[in-house]
Design a binder for this molecule. Structure first.
Ligand code: DQA
Length: 139
């Protein structure tokens, strides 16, 4: 079972960025825990701050992998190009947000990309990625 975790802009700063919202652990540290927790899954991690690079990665893995866990960061709220990329690939995408976007500023309440995902997990912290892996494995 090949699963790609794709994180968008500013998520390379996890652990340092607004820790009161996003926590104190870097994604690299969390990813090690995730790999240890799911030895049966082939987990691959990719992060980019660039919209086109995220689209390239979605297209690259989106006809080959069994699942994608995608956190588009702020692109979630306005990227029609990423929405189209998710719609155009075959691999199911689970959208994850670390923070509860509905408890934050109004512009975060709308997900442009989420409508093309199989589901959205928001507000459960890093645990959202864990739950998304579980879902994809059991699906
Ligand atoms: C986020 C929520 C977005 O609104 C924000 O722009 C992010 C992170 C989250 O994981 O909670 O960069 O996707």
């Amino acid at each position: 079972m090949k699963i790609a975790i794709i994180n968008g802009p500013n998520l390379n700063l996890l652990g340092k960025r607004e820790p009161e919202i996003y926590g104190k652990i870097s994604f690299e540290q969390y990813f090690d825990q995730l790999k240890a927790a799911f030895p049966q899954a082939d987990l691959v991690y990719y992060q980019s701050n660039v919209e086109g690079e995220l689209i390239n990665k979605l297209q690259e893995v989106g006809f080959e992998y069994d699942g994608i866990i995608f956190n588009g960061g702020a692109y979630t709220h306005y990227s029609y190009a990423i929405r189209d990329a998710i719609a155009g690939i075959q691999t199911p995408v689970v959208e994850v947000h670390i923070s509860n976007v509905y408890a934050r500023e109004e512009f975060r309440h709308k997900s442009i990309t989420g409508g093309k995902a199989v589901g959205v997990i928001t507000g459960l912290g890093m645990k959202g990625y864990d739950l998304a892996v579980r879902y994809l494995l059991e699906r």
